[in-house]
Design a protein around this ligand. Structure first.
Ligand code: HEC
Length: 170
């Protein structure tokens, strides 16, 4: 009886020891971990391809926005949603409605009370202007009232601009 018990315990201990060895082995070489992280996106499953209509809108954008990832654009746009409505006929909220924003003169959504800075900006929104605005809202147009820090990653801006292009025209 005693022999049986100790025999059963040995493989268990070996398993535990094995598990620990693997864990510490993975945390040790930081360079390997970094390399693994970098390689991850390539191995990720491809995003579902956009509908023909969405693809057409996407293709009408200049580079690099025409290669925007709409799935990430949607995720990034979640940061805008608390203040902006992009759907057709959408209301102004904290921020102006964004439907039809491409080709619209800045500061001209009907019924929205803009800051003098945005009202007097006088340019037409396109991908490049949105990029500058979203990179640094305060710096791009001092005195505006959009209390949003911006999107620091170039790729996130590219993707959200692609998403806005597609969604604001529907
Ligand atoms: C905390 C609320 C808030 C968030 C979050 C926010 N905005 Fe705004 N946005 C505003 C306000 C307020 C204005 C109007 C600013 C003014 O009048 O100076 C504005 C203005 C704009 C304009 C100019 C529209 C026009 O009619 O000229 C664009 C474009 C815009 N926002 C895009 C975005 C995008 C894209 C995001 C997300 C990445 C975002 N905003 C996040 C509040 C917000």
């Amino acid at each position: 009886m005693m022999i049986r018990t100790s025999l059963a315990v040995i493989p268990l201990l070996a398993l535990v020891a094995c598990g620990q060895a693997t864990q510490s082995g993975e945390t040790k070489p930081a360079s390997e971990v970094a390399a693994k992280k970098e390689a991850a996106p390539a191995a990720a499953p491809a995003a579902p391809s956009p509908s023909p209509e969405d693809a057409k809108m996407l293709a009408s954008l200049p580079a690099p926005y025409n290669e925007g990832d709409l799935a990430n654009g949607r995720r990034q746009y979640a940061k805008c949603r608390s203040c902006h409505v992009i759907e057709k006929g959408g209301d102004n909220r904290v921020g102006p409605a964004l439907h039809g924003i491409f080709g619209r003169t800045a500061g001209t959504a009907a019924g929205f009370t803009y800051s003098p800075a945005l009202k007097g900006a006088g340019f037409v929104w396109d991908a490049g202007k949105l990029d500058q605005w979203l990179a640094d809202p305060k710096g791009f147009l001092p005195g505006n009232r959009m209390t949003f820090v911006g999107l620091k990653q170039e790729k996130d801006r590219r993707d959200v601009i692609a998403y806005i292009k597609v969604e604001s025209a529907k």
